[in-house]
Write a protein that binds this ligand. Structure first.
Ligand code: ZN
Length: 316
């Protein structure tokens, strides 16, 4: 962890310090004339990566690809801009930011950035900088030696997920559409669509899968992530029409059933209750977790932040 791994000529993977600093994983590809970085990270994450890139190459960092709009993947954008790079993303990232970043987009009330800035000095010291170079389905970087295809394969972890696909090396950077551990935050996406998007990602034929969080994996990692949601949805479907108290009572059974399956046990963690509720809502139920404020989704966001090493203020 926290070290750059050379996974192919000119291609690097860096597993971020999630527990300590809330950092996401990064990657970078060294083209003839410039460097393309995968994921914006938090400002402190960007500042940690940049010197590591500079010890490897003196080529300028020209592009930083945000795999989605979350703070740990996009709040470092200002740092990349200050270092000469342009943040790139799927158009859905901007649409998501318009929804959640009300502080920036003029909705008046503080958005997620402002909430994050209360607890993170690196965010407080920076400025939200939405990606300014956008693609709808695909954007290609190709200098004859390296080819990187930025792809939007559908809704998954969010409505703006982008993958970075290296067809020659068969390396896939997934952002949080695929993680390797108990890091699935589901509130901003759709778990049914997520399964289909992972199916599309599997068809690419990746040999190396670099997830948004957790260690690097091989071909099977995409199928493991997909199996987790398939299994979880199957277990929740049996409960979705029941009363809130009955669903809550069934949560432990769901947990045990998931933990029994070696392939997906590692995905079970603190987000489980919120994941179950999200799936029930997707299946037509009302939110039922006993948190007031703006519902459990917000609570899940808090948990997400906590898992990312940030204590957020308690809401009542
Ligand atoms: Zn995320």
């Amino acid at each position: 962890m926290n070290q750059a791994t050379n996974i192919a000529p000119g291609v690097y993977f860096h597993e971020g310090d999630l527990k300590g600093h809330g950092h996401c994983n990064n990657g970078w590809i060294i083209f003839n004339d410039y460097v393309l970085v995968i994921d914006g990270n938090f400002p402190s994450g960007a500042l940690e990566i940049i010197p590591k890139i500079k010890t490897i190459t003196d080529k300028p960092i020209r592009f930083a690809f945000d795999t989605h709009h979350h703070g740990d993947h996009a709040y470092g954008n200002r740092v990349w801009v200050e270092n000469g790079a342009t943040p790139v993303a799927h158009v859905g990232v901007i649409e998501e930011m318009k929804k959640y970043e009300t502080g920036y987009y003029g909705g008046g009330k503080p958005g997620r950035w402002e909430t994050s800035a209360k607890d993170r000095p690196d965010v407080a010291a920076s400025k939200l900088t939405p990606p300014s170079l956008l693609f709808e389905k695909k954007m290609i970087f190709d200098d004859g030696k390296h080819r990187v295809e930025l792809l939007h394969l559908g809704v998954a972890h969010t409505h703006g997920d982008g993958f970075a696909w290296l067809p020659k090396e068969k390396i896939l950077f997934t952002g949080d559409a695929c993680v390797n551990g108990p890091y699935n935050y589901a509130a901003d996406g759709d778990t049914g669509a997520w399964i289909k998007t992972l199916e599309a990602a599997k068809r690419l034929g990746a040999k190396t899968v670099c997830p948004g969080h957790g260690p690097m994996g091989a071909t099977d990692l995409l199928a493991d992530q997909q199996a987790y949601f398939l299994e979880l949805r199957k277990l929740v479907r049996k409960q979705a029409t029941k009363k809130p108290d009955e669903i809550k009572a069934a949560m432990d059974d769901i947990k045990i059933a998931l933990q029994k399956q070696p392939r997906i046990a590692r995905y079970v963690g603190d987000f489980l209750a919120a994941q179950i509720e999200k799936i029930c809502v997707e299946m037509g139920a009302k939110p039922f977790l006993s948190k007031p404020a703006t519902t459990a989704a917000l609570d899940e966001h808090q948990q997400h932040a906590r898992a990312h090493g940030v204590e957020m203020p308690q809401r009542r």
